[in-house]
Design a binder for this molecule. Structure first.
Ligand code: HAM
Length: 421
């Protein structure tokens, strides 16, 4: 069998990694501003962390990578970040020292989905969880954070859609009403929706196949069934957002794909010409029972996660480039006999001085090395030919202005350090 990458996965090649790093740095900087600290949990967990009794979502029932390790333990590669974070939060009793814990995470997740553009079997998410408080101001803060994130990336074609599923009681009443409404339409629903009617009826609302089905179009929506406290809560979330001038849309049919949500749910959607069908850049919401289900206290949390591949696609389509950290301060071009030794020491000294620098090891011609230096976006060329070595100097050329100077070898580091600040 030919050796190649696993279906639904991709490689980040050296020419592409700078944009990933730049996105990560932007995200980390914003989380710092929001006083949210990073948390890192394993990519595998005991299967029970994800396969919880009450979770009948597609992601949990059909899409997880489950396996047994060599000691026959049931393990699962994480399909999302939230459950592992909560497992760790409970295991380390973080609730005992901090009433409200806010954390973020960045890393790969695994779902056995049908691969297509924007949908992979291994994909990267960054996400955030605020655990320990039920307060509409906190729901609003999470939505503001999502808004700030996409604004700070410079993305314009982005919509934030919000909805409320209400508290557990409202959600249960709504679910019954929805089933009652849809049962007479059962035979004409798509196969997936027939199954969802028994297992996960809320998901029928945002079925892509049955979008125009009259039974679904006439179905009640969750807000129709919010009890008074749930309605007050949702109104409060909106008023915080309005006061902060956050652009959002009410999306009465938004229910989200995972089962643990109640109260506020939201999604960030790309509205960009040419973007594929997988246009949801991120999503999240409040979860009332997840902490308890994972053996923790009866407290709720709220969070969201974003798909990094999709954000990078959106940035590319809007012509936004974040990766200006892919430059070199200096590139040494050493050619002719006996130049490499001096070049090698100089290169090390430049790096020790904090500069980014490189040289060519292939003994190619001056012209070929110059080409490489320009491809690597070097700001300065350090030219070391036999003559320069004899005289104890280097030619230093600024690639932008084309100005060239001759500098004593012992002064090269100093010279470049001063100019590369
Ligand atoms: P999710 O909606 O399943 O939510 O995933 C969040 C985002 O991850 C999606 O909007 C999408 O951008 C990206 N994503 C999901 N699956 C794939 C895939 N197969 N390929 C590429 N990108 C994908 C969650 O995961 C929740 N844990 C979010 C959350 C945090 N809720 C509360 N806290």
């Amino acid at each position: 069998m030919a050796i190649h990458r696993v279906k639904g996965t991709y490689d980040v090649l050296p020419t592409e990694s700078a944009k990933w790093q730049a996105l990560e740095e932007k995200v980390r900087a914003l989380f710092r501003q929001y006083h949210i600290r990073e948390m890192r949990t394993p990519i595998m967990e005991y299967s029970g962390v994800f396969h919880r009794q009450n979770d009948r979502s597609d992601m949990v029932t059909k899409e997880t990578y489950d396996f047994k390790d060599r000691s026959h333990r049931d393990l699962t590669l994480r399909p999302e970040g939230t459950a592992g974070i909560i497992r760790s939060y409970v295991e380390h009793k973080l609730y005992a020292s901090q009433e409200l814990e806010k954390v973020y995470y960045i890393g790969p997740n695994f779902r056995y989905e049908r691969p297509q553009k924007g949908r992979y079997r291994q994909f990267y998410q960054f996400g955030v969880e605020a655990i320990g408080a039920t307060d509409p101001a906190l729901d609003a803060e999470m939505i503001m954070l999502a808004y700030d994130l996409f604004s700070s990336l410079g993305l314009k074609g982005v919509k934030i859609r919000i909805n409320s599923l209400g508290n557990d009681a409202s959600r249960a009443t709504y679910q019954n009403a929805l089933i009652k409404h849809l049962l007479p339409h059962r035979d004409t629903l798509c196969d997936d929706c027939k199954e969802r009617l028994d297992k996960n009826p809320l998901r029928i609302l945002d079925c892509k196949i049955d979008q125009a089905h009259p039974g679904i179009l006439s179905a009640p929506t969750p807000v129709d069934y919010l009890d008074e406290p749930s309605m007050t809560y949702f109104n409060a979330v909106q008023s915080y957002l309005d006061d902060a001038d956050i652009d959002y849309e009410l999306a009465p049919r938004l229910v989200r794909g995972l089962d643990y949500y109640s109260h506020t749910v939201f999604e960030i959607e790309a509205d960009i010409k040419g973007f594929g069908a997988q246009n949801v850049l991120g999503g999240g919401g409040r979860y009332q029972s997840l902490v308890k289900e994972l053996d923790g206290p009866d407290i709720s949390g709220i969070g969201f996660a974003c798909g990094m591949e999709r954000i990078l696609d959106a940035l590319a389509l809007e012509g936004i480039s974040l990766d200006d950290n892919d430059k070199l301060d200096a590139y040494i071009i050493a050619f002719g006999n006996n130049t490499k030794k001096v070049a090698s020491t100089l290169l090390h000294n430049l790096r020790k001085a904090g500069l980014s620098a490189d040289m060519n090891y292939t003994n190619k011609s001056f012209k070929a090395q110059l080409k490489q230096a320009l491809r690597d976006h070097a700001s300065y060329l350090v030219i070391l030919g036999e003559n320069e070595i004899k005289q104890g100097v280097a030619g230093i050329k600024h690639t932008m202005t084309q100005q060239q100077e001759t500098v004593d070898l012992s002064e090269v580091v100093n010279y470049l350090q001063k100019r590369s600040k």
